[in-house]
Design a protein around this ligand. Sequence first.
Ligand code: NAP
Length: 516
Amino acid sequence: MLRLKSYLAGEWRDGEGEGATLYDPCTEEAVATTSTAGLDFAAAFRWARNLGGPNLRALTFAQRGAVLKALSKAIHDAREELIEASMQNAGTTRGDAKFDIDGAAGTLAYYASLGKKLGDRRFLVDEGEQLTRSPRFYGYHAKMPRTGVAVHVNAFNFPAWGLAEKLAVALLAGMPVISKPATATALTTFRLMEVLLKTGELPEGSLQLVCGSAGDLLSHLGPQDVLAFTGSADTGTYLRGLENVLARSVRVNVEADSLNAAVLGPDVEPGSETWIRFIKDVALEVTQKTGQKCTATRRVFVPAERIDAVQEALVEAMDAVVWGDPRAEGVRMGPLASAQQLRDVTAGVQTLVEGGAREVWRSSREAVGATEGKGYYFPPALLRADEPRKAGVVHEHEVFGPVTTLMPYTGLGEAGELVALGHGGLVASVYSDDREAIGVLVRALVPWSGRVLVASAKVADQASAPGLVLPSCVHGGPGRAGGGEELGGLRGLDFYMQRTAVQGDRGLLERALDMR
Ligand code: NAP
């Protein structure tokens, strides 16, 4: 059986013992094992701090960008091999695998272009300000790469993009990375790492991979290090509270659960362009990647008088989705990624139903191409809660599968209040062509969301779906979503850089900060 190793301190290294087993979610056959037991993570930190950091900081932004460009190209060239790994270990359709892998290549390419634009500089300095009456006494804010290690811990649902989106920003900022994918779907990340190393473009020490359990990895985090975590709120809360993380003020970014909302405006008539776009987006968000997207739409708010028409249209759109083994002809939705996911989603739907929602539809199709009694399949399902304020759990419990809950609202004020019951989300979407309604909703949703997408008729055929994370826009969200912020173009670099006020004689400072 395939053995996944970790790439640490310049070598592929195997942990002791059998470790964890990775499965094919369609057949439940074991595809690989991996272990990190006994691996020396302290040495990995030293390697990154002593080699990776200095090597990256010696490069200009343009040079770091060139590295990212080469990595992006390598992923693109290895696309078929990576799609194969994703289908085998994550049960994705080809389309879902491409979403992850092309997203990885695209994000690296985007940050490569930012590096090129930043040019020959190695760190960033703002415009500066005169601080007293003397024009000589000046203050600048300099942003320099932190001299530690960026540890990235990722969720199971984006094994390629998860590594690449964080890596792109950290490397461009000038920080070396230790990346840990979720164990269950680490095969794609392992293959990706092989592809990236083969380019020969990664500066020595700039990237290491932990395949398997984190062990004592995080206990080595110190004051110049950062931790970027994507996963469940429970794990995020635990990691944030680690003793060394608190005592050494380790900078932490958390991307966690999110009860993303879609709101249909009161002006939208059934059959209109905006209506069609709304139905299409919700059906896509529920079923793409089998609903295992942090940005998937979990709560759908519609004007009370339209709820039956919306339900009918959504059921029709979701019923068109053929699901089963992605290797079978015509399958558009695969199984959940793991046995644990299947247990969680099954229990999650039960929790929502006990909490005031009712299941109004579940796909009655058979899982196409499935082996009898095998596979972590869960059909697309639609829930409905007619009294959303009484169904508290619908706004609190994220079911990470092909499931969403439809709810009515009366008046725009109530729509905003209901979205806020989710206590902070990654993305909220508004479907309307009424300027007033859009204004009210956007102003109500922004404080509770990392991103707000407005889909109106004029952009209906051009706008991206709400679940698509673009590297130029911030990804993250307040409250339940973790309170974090990633990507967003150059904004993302701030996490990996120390911003420091530097005061003194203007001429001297400009020389010290390489401004002349
Ligand atoms: P998870 O169980 O919290 O695991 C996430 C990562 O944390 C995995 O790499 C896991 O490693 C690691 N981990 C778990 N316990 C740890 C510990 N004590 N110390 C160090 N690392 C630890 O979450 P998941 O099941 O993979 O992901 C699903 C959740 O992630 C969903 O709730 C979803 O909303 C959220 N998510 C959020 C975003 C976002 O951008 N906001 C994106 C994707 C997913 P092992 O696999 O080895 O246990």
